[in-house]
Design a protein around this ligand. Structure first.
Ligand code: ADP
Ligand code: MG
Length: 696
């Protein structure tokens, strides 16, 4: 048996491989590029490409691809083989620096949201040397950014890298103000906790809704759901354990630090969490992990569902984005420090996040907006659509003391003077209890919990990094010009707390009264659906911030808004069409067949002439006939509504929200009722019970 430490990262062209296979000068030059973003010289690129190819070929690779993350939400790859003909009729394996650095996939089939109309049709991919290349199957995958020829980002990685650079620039100004000259750069790190469902392939194949849309569009709740709370952290079933074991192996080979796994709240629901790493790498890894999760499932006769709401009535799946900022020396800037000065710096970064989340609540909501996630947010299983921050009592006490100048009621009972006093050590246990908050401080990181399970984490982190960079910019501008640094610092922190405490909420986020208080008393934003929030991406304050931070151009933002709304409309339209087809072609006929069966039974009883009671059959026949009629009518209304979708994508979004989804709900209601009174053998689909308890 091979030990994990022997095969961990075996499919990754990581630092160990680079060091061993690259000439020392080339290695050093590449490290400079990786660490400081220095330009890569072409000679170095050739040497790296050649070493990469030799390594990949030795691992059985025959092809390479520029691996990228277009705006579809999944990853894309176009494979080219390394082969090149040799004069003797054979082939040699070739790969040049040019091919490593830049690729030119045909961009015309990827969503561009109008960017392609204004710029050239073709796009190019550019190597991101900060994320290691890896082998998947027989292909060397090179993580890349994807841009149009005009330089507009057509992917999620480019803005993510820009947002990391923006945050680095502003955070460095602050660090220097605190007198630190050693730190070279500041990075954000992310550890995404990923939820998913595992069901059997057999059940999946029988449900057109799962196959076409990733979620069940019909289905009455099973007699047993999650009410017993017996699944969370429960014993992992052997088949699931075998899956997790192979999944871990595959992820480890890819250098992904899969660490924690457990059952989640709903039956058949599980979670996977990696150890946190630099944001762009974490993003690549999460995309890759989602792909591997699905592939490994197939090998076990299982299907891994990443949809946010695969089943009504039980919890959906989300993703928790654990986020922190640290220096290249490994100092976590969101961790209270040992000295008064470190503490003041911690409070400043903390305030920067508080201000950012309050000022850009809408951007955070937008970053997680999809048709799937709309079903989760606010449904008492995930945070509401209103963004707020949980700090915990201790930290809250500190901030209140600073704001009012009152003595801090903690252990010290002293007045908090920044730059003088040391903060108490926050106990992780006391900061992590609130699971209902969208954005919780958990001791030394923030946990953004609104992400949907299938979301790329890029979007959330782009907005978070950019917004925090903006707070830090404002702080740095003020502090750099201040006569007395400490007084200015204290005053600024106090002002931030005063201006932004409305975003801090330490209570129960699932409580209905919170939404009332949040929106009416505090004036926080509440955008329940994707069409509600998405147009605000183009609000002037958002465009100004994102363009001035160099994260997006206005055209790029317009394109994202368009694409996200288009995705929303398309997703729901596919669901609606699937429902119509299932209702018409399978559900109504099943109800009809069963009705005929009942009619036969009733007439058989009658023909016996023994005075048998047929009330059972007749009552059912009546209700089923009525339901069949309603199913047909409501399917017709839904189909009509789909046919009538028109106007701009924004207008279509509103129609989907107000009309389509309403018709879908009504159609589902009658079909689910029919399911409860139709004999199981006549029902065309496995039930919720069958699916959710299918894996043993
Ligand atoms: P839970 O939230 O389930 O209690 P943990 O807090 O232990 O679990 O970790 C959740 C995720 O947070 C893991 O992926 C972990 O690596 C990540 N994490 C821990 N510390 C940090 C940090 N400083 N920055 C970013 N992510 C972190
Ligand atoms: Mg967590």
């Amino acid at each position: 048996m091979k030990l994990v430490q022997e095969y961990f990262g075996s499919m990754v062209f990581d630092d160990r491989v680079m060091k061993a296979n690259l000439p020392s000068a080339v290695y050093k030059s590449l490290r400079r590029t990786i660490e400081r973003g220095a330009r890569l010289d072409p000679g170095v690129a050739d040497a790296v490409a050649s070493a990469m190819k030799d390594w990949a070929v030795s691992k059985g690779a025959t092809h390479y691809t520029h691996w990228f993350q277009p705006l579809t939400g999944v990853t894309a790859e176009k494979h080219d083989s390394f082969i090149s003909p040799s004069p003797d009729g054979g082939v040699i394996m070739e790969f040049s620096g040019k091919e490593l650095i830049k690729g030119e996939p045909d961009a015309s089939s990827f969503p561009s949201g109008g960017l392609r109309a204004t710029f050239e049709a073709r796009g190019y991919t550019a190597w991101d040397p900060t994320s290691y290349a890896f082998i998947k199957g027989k292909t060397l995958c090179i993580p890349t950014a994807f841009c149009s020829y005009g330089g507009e980002a057509l992917d999620k990685k480019t803005p993510l890298l820009r947002s990391m650079a923006a945050l680095n620039n502003q955070a460095m100004r602050i660090i220097r103000l605190f007198g630190n000259k050693e730190v070279k750069c500041v990075r954000t790190s992310v550890g995404p906790e990923q939820e998913y469902f595992l069901i059997t392939q057999e059940m999946y194949d029988k449900r057109p809704d799962l196959r076409f849309t990733g979620r069940t569009l019909f289905g009455k709740r099973p007699p047993k759901g999650q009410e017993m709370d017996d699944h969370y952290f429960g014993v992992i079933k052997p088949r699931v354990a075998a899956y997790m074991e192979e999944l871990n192996d595959e992820l480890w080979k890819l250098g992904i630090l899969a660490k924690t796994e457990h059952n989640e709240v709903a039956p058949a629901q599980h979670e996977l969490a990696p150890i946190y790493t630099t944001t762009n790498v974490a993003t690549d890894h999460n995309q890759l992990a989602m792909e591997v999760m699905q592939k490994v499932a197939a090998r076990h006769g299982l299907v891994c569902l990443l949809h946010e709401k695969p089943f009504d009535g039980v919890n959906g799946s989300g993703k928790h984005n654990n986020w922190s900022i640290s220096t290249d020396a490994g100092v976590n800037l969101l961790s209270p420090g040992e000295t008064p000065y470190e503490n003041a710096q911690f409070l400043l970064f903390l305030c920067a996040v508080i201000k950012a989340v309050d000022d850009y609540q809408d951007l955070l909501r937008i970053a997680v907006a999809t048709a799937g996630n709309d079903h989760r947010l606010g449904a008492n299983e995930a945070p509401p659509a209103v963004v707020s921050i949980f700090l915990g009592d201790e930290l809250n006490g500190v901030l209140e003391a600073i704001e009012t100048g009152a003595p801090y009621a903690g252990a010290q009972k002293t007045q908090m003077k920044l730059g003088v006093d040391v903060l108490p050590k926050f106990n992780r246990d006391t900061t992590d209890r609130n699971r209902t908050s969208p954005f919780a401080f958990t001791g030394n990181k923030f946990e953004f919990r609104m992400l949907g399970s299938s979301n790329s984490i890029a979007c959330a982190n782009i907005m978070l990094n950019a917004a925090v960079a903006e707070s830090l910019r404002i702080y740095a501008d003020r502090l750099e010009g201040a006569e007395d640094f400490e007084t200015a610092l204290h005053e600024m922190i106090r002002k931030t707390i005063k201006d932004h405490k409305k975003i801090i909420f330490n209570g129960n986020g699932y409580d209905g009264s919170w939404i009332e208080e949040a929106t009416k008393k505090r004036g926080l934003l509440n955008y329940p659906t994707t069409p509600d929030c998405m147009p605000h991406l183009l609000d002037e304050k958002n465009v100004t911030m994102l363009t001035s931070q160099g994260v997006y151009s206005r055209a790029e933002l317009e394109s994202r808004c368009e694409i996200m709304l288009e995705n929303y409309v398309k997703t729901v339209t596919i669901e609606a069409n699937t429902m119509v087809s299932m209702a018409r072609r399978q559900i109504a006929p099943a109800v009809e067949t069963y009705t005929v069966k009942l009619l036969e039974a009733a007439s058989a009883k009658k023909s016996l002439d023994a005075g048998l009671d047929s009330a059972y059959e007749l009552d059912l026949i009546k209700e089923l006939s009525q339901l069949a009629h309603e199913i047909s009518q409501r399917a017709g209304q839904l189909e009509e509504a789909v046919g009538e979708l028109s106007g701009t994508v924004e207008e279509q979004g509103y129609t989907v929200r107000d009309v389509l989804l309403k018709h879908m709900k009504e159609l589902r209601m009658v079909c689910d009722r029919a399911e409860t009174i139709t004999a199981k053998e006549f029902w065309p689909y496995p039930s919720y019970g069958d699916i959710l308890f299918s894996v043993r």
